[in-house]
Design a protein around this ligand. Structure first.
Ligand SMILES: Nc1ncnc2c1ncn2[C@@H]1O[C@H](COP(=O)(O)OP(=O)(O)O)[C@@H](O)[C@H]1O
Length: 183
C-alpha cells in the first residue's frame, strides 16, 4: 500500500505510523525524522536545513524532494510506503505524483488526521522537542493551514479521514478500519 498521512503538527502521525507500518508491512518514511537524523549527524544537508526546522518554516522543495526521491528508490519502499510529512504542499504532491508515475505507480490513499488546533498545541507544548516552543508551534500550525491543508482538496478522491482525538490504540483501530474498508 502507498499511503500518505496528512494532519497538523502534533496530530500523532508519527505515533500511529509505527503501528500502521507494522500492520501494513510497509516502511514508515518521515521527512521530519530524516531531516533530524541529518542534523544530528551534521551532514551538509543537515547544516543546510537546521534553520528551517528551528523556525518551523518548510525546507525548500528542491532539497526535500531530492531527499524523498533517494529514500523512495531504496528497495524496501518498492512495494509500498507510509509517507509522514511529505508532501507538505501541492508542488511537492505534483513531484511525488511524477516520481510514482515514472514507475507505473500511484497513491492508494491519503489518511487525514482530524484534530482541533488547541488540542495539538497542548500536546506539542508537553512534548518539548527543540522546535516545540510556543511561537514556533503556532507558526507550524499556520504553515499547515496555508500550505498543507490544501492537499486535502488536491487529493479529494483518495482522502480517508479519521478522528484523531482519543487514546493511541483507539486511533490505530480507526485508521486500520478505515484503510480496510478501502479495499
Ligand atoms: N515535506 C516537507 N517539506 C518541507 N519541510 C519539511 C517537510 N517535512 C518536514 N519538514 C521540516 O521539518 C520540520 C518538522 O517536521 P515534522 O517532524 O513532520 O514535525 P511536525 O509535523 O510535528 O511539525 C518542519 O517544521 C519543516 O521544517
Amino acid at each position: 500500500m502507498r499511503l500518505v498521512l496528512v494532519g497538523p503538527p502534533g496530530a500523532g502521525k508519527g505515533t500511529q505510523a509505527k503501528t500502521l507500518s507494522r500492520e501494513l508491512g510497509v516502511p514508515h518514511i518521515s521527512t521530519g525524522d530524516l531531516f533530524r537524523a541529518h542534523i544530528s549527524e551534521q551532514t551538509d544537508l543537515g547544516k543546510e536545513v537546521q534553520e528551517y526546522l528551528d523556525s518551523g518554516e518548510l525546507v525548500p522543495d528542491e532539497v526535500t524532494n531530492e531527499m524523498v526521491r533517494v529514500r523512495l528508490s531504496q528497495p524496501d519502499a518498492a512495494n509500498g510506503f507510509l509517507l509522514d510529512g511529505f508532501p507538505r504542499n501541492t508542488a511537492q504532491a505534483g513531484v511525488l505524483g511524477e516520481m510514482l508515475a515514472a514507475e507505473g505507480h500511484k497513491l492508494d490513499a491519503v489518511l487525514e488526521f482530524q484534530i482541533p488546533e488547541d488540542v495539538v498545541v497542548e500536546r506539542l507544548l508537553a512534548r518539548g522537542r527543540t522546535d516545540d516552543k510556543e511561537d514556533v508551534i503556532r507558526h507550524r500550525q499556520q504553515v499547515y493551514r496555508s500550505e498543507t491543508a490544501p492537499l486535502l482538496d488536491h487529493y479529494a478522491d483518495i482522502v480517508v479521514s479519521i478522528d484523531a482525538v482519543g487514546e493511541v490504540d483507539e486511533i490505530s483501530e480507526r485508521a486500520l478500519r478505515a484503510l480496510r474498508d478501502l479495499k
